[in-house]
Design a protein around this ligand. Structure first.
Ligand code: 5GP
Length: 203
């Protein structure tokens, strides 16, 4: 069974940049594509960054129990469909979930074997600077995101791994190191010792 890697980081933590680099360097990883009711940003494509849906469709999916987790984030709704997890697991991939603290708590409860990683900014000033520098959000959205960042950071120490994004390259290396180490966990690859001992018996 592949790894489930739950990744959370406040808006402006540089999470997307890190994710892009990590995904490009490790072909076994696949990013789970969420559903959201927020409108696409320029350049975002339906089915690639997100499945963009309206509130009625999202409501119907909730009613159909189609989500493994879902949450309201920045006054919009986001969710990971069970179908997406099944699709990527079926393809034998290690799945990365870019989700907020509420969704992460739900996924970690359903999948206790999931590995959780939190991306922190080096300072709150750096976070604010990155949020404003993006120029894709209104002032109201920037304020909502700053407030949410504080609430999310308050829950960061419940995660398995904390990565501080001071220099992006180092944060990417840290993330890849976590994934490599998790792939070597004895509980995940016990099949290897079973096979070796089987060989011993046959000899
Ligand atoms: P953005 O609108 O900037 O793409 O994402 C806003 C926040 O929503 C990010 O912190 C992201 O991690 C979170 N998010 C994205 N997809 C999901 C999801 O499927 N579930 C949950 N709970 N959060 C999500």
């Amino acid at each position: 069974m592949g790894l489930l890697i739950v990744m959370t980081g406040p808006s402006g933590s540089g999470k997307s940049t890190i994710l892009k680099a990590v995904m490009a360097q490790d072909a076994r990883l696949a990013l789970s594509v969420s559903h959201t009711t927020r409108p696409p940003r320029p350049g975002e494509r339906d089915g690639v960054e997100y499945h963009f849906v309206d509130d009625a469709t999202f409501d119907q999916m909730v009613a159909d129990d189609a989500f493994a987790e879902h949450a309201g984030v920045h006054a919009k709704r986001y969710g990971t469909s069970k179908a997406e997890i099944a699709r990527l697991r079926g393809a034998g991939r290690d799945i990365v979930f870019d989700i907020d603290v509420q969704g992460a708590a739900q996924l970690r409860a359903s999948y206790p074997e999931a590995v959780s990683v939190f991306i922190l900014p080096p300072t709150m000033a750096a976070l604010e600077e990155r949020l404003r520098g993006r120029k894709t959000e209104s002032e109201e959205q920037v304020q909502i995101r700053l407030q949410n960042a504080r609430a999310e950071i308050a829950r960061a120490d419940t995660y398995d791994y904390l990565i501080v994004n001071d220099a992006v390259d180092e944060a990417v290396d840290d993330f890849l190191a976590v994934i490599h180490a998790e792939r070597r966990r004895g509980t995940r690859i016990r099949s290897i010792t079973v096979r070796l001992l089987e060989e011993g018996r046959q000899a």
